[in-house]
Design a protein around this ligand. Sequence first.
Ligand code: BTN
Length: 271
Amino acid sequence: MTQSTPLNVEVVRRHMGDDAARVDLSLLQQCASTNASLLEQGTTRDMLSVLVCEEQTEGRGRRGRNWISSGPRSLTFSLGWRCMLEPAKVSGLSLVAGLAVAEALADLGMTGVRLKWPNDVLFRGGKLAGILVDMQSNADAGLDVIIGIGLNVELPDLSGLETPETDQDSLAPAALSQGLAQPDRNLVLAAILCKLIHLLDEFACEGFAPFSDRWAARHAWAGHFVQVRMDGMAPIHGNCLAVDSDGALLVDTGRGVQRVLGGDVSLREVN
Ligand code: BTN
């Protein structure tokens, strides 16, 4: 049985301290998808919008997959940000979101959280959290960016699920409860939001370049042999190196270093 406390907006805001003034935070017991809801609602220039939800009925994952959120065993939320970034500069953003999750959890005492390019958050080799970034252009008013984050608080019950929240790139699930004693979802949400707000401020000014070393320090598959698949292209095989100043993954194929940019990319380890 899960010990997780109910989500409570006031408690989250209290944990966030002064940063609470930057966000408009709402909680729903159920919705189709927090990303879809925020996309529909749109963002505003003055405030970051955060929607957290106990249960998603049509949660979306990367590459057209489903994402199942199972009430208190998970933490499911999206943050909407109105920014003036050129769409081409946004590729590093999903890496920054993963970094924010990893660093916030480290601040809470969960050591050993790692990152799989572009934005999976891993613990002990399993998938702890997935991130989906959606974008919508608003002509002169900027870009609506929706960063959706789904975390396993407890290990999911995968029985009977056709498309479980584990990665179809065949990673086992991992959970906060494996690295934190009695994870408190309100505290975890507040810590991630505060970290994300500060990292987004820095990203808006400086782009991804200042984050590449921090990301590399948590890179789970550095030096691992991988296969990269992109729609309509022959797979790439090689050794995973670092990420560059745009957040592209560098893969040493033996015939040179290939830059892999984000998008509809599948990355898997090959033994
Ligand atoms: C992945 O496939 O790894 C990304 C999963 C992203 C899931 C989150 S849960 C909150 C937000 N709302 C959604 O519909 N998806 C994202």
